[in-house]
Design a protein around this ligand. Structure first.
Ligand code: CMP
Length: 143
C-alpha cells in the first residue's frame, strides 16, 4: 500500500493545530502508521529540503523548520500521495482552495502549516530521513 510523509510545521504546532490536521486524514479514512513530535536540526532540514538549496528562500526555510517542534508522520492508503496533496492544498495558502488545510489555516507560503511528499520517490526518501524502519507499524484497520 502507498505511503507518504507528512510533517506538521512549527507554525501549526504553535497554533495547536496538530489534532485538527490529523483529524482530516483520519476522517478521509487513511491509516496512520508512524508519528512523532520532534525537533528538526539544521542537518536534517537541509537534507530534507535539498532540492531548494540555492533558492532565495532556502535559508529562511531552514530557519523556520528548525524554529520549534514539528509533528512528523507516515500515512498509508490508496493513492495517499495525490490524495494528501489535495487535502493539503497549493503551496501558497493564497492560492489554496478553502476547505484545504493550507486554504483554511495558512496565510503565507513561508509558514504554510504542513509539508506533504510530492511523489513516490520523495515519499520514500523523506520517510527514510525521518523514521527508522521499526518505527513504522504494520497493522490491520477494518474501516
Ligand atoms: P513545502 O511543501 O514544505 O516544500 C518546500 C517549502 O518551501 C514549501 O512548502 C514552502 O514552505 C517553501 N517555499 C516554497 N516557495 C517559497 C517561496 N517562494 N518563498 C518562501 N518559501 C517558499
Amino acid at each position: 500500500m502507498e505511503q507518504t510523509f507528512l510533517m506538521i510545521k512549527p507554525d501549526a504546532v504553535q497554533r495547536n493545530l496538530i489534532g485538527t490536521i490529523i483529524g482530516k486524514f483520519e476522517q478521509k479514512g487513511f491509516k496512520l502508521v508512524a508519528a512523532k513530535l520532534m525537533q528538526v536540526n539544521e542537518t536534517l532540514a537541509e537534507e530534507h529540503y535539498k532540492e531548494h538549496i540555492g533558492k532565495p528562500f532556502f535559508k529562511g526555510l531552514v530557519e523556520f523548520i528548525t524554529s520549534g517542534p514539528v509533528f512528523a508522520m507516515v500515512w498509508e492508503g490508496e493513492n495517499i500521495i495525490e490524495n494528501s496533496r489535495q487535502l493539503i492544498g497549493k503551496t501558497n495558502p493564497l492560492e489554496a482552495a478553502p476547505g484545504t488545510i493550507r486554504g483554511d489555516y495558512g496565510i503565507v507560503t513561508h509558514r504554510n502549516i504542513i509539508h506533504g511528499s510530492d511523489s513516490k520517490e520523495s515519499a520514500d526518501r523523506e520517510i527514510g530521513l525521518f523514521f527508522k524502519e521499526e518505527e513504522i507499524l504494520s497493522y490491520q484497520k477494518e474501516i
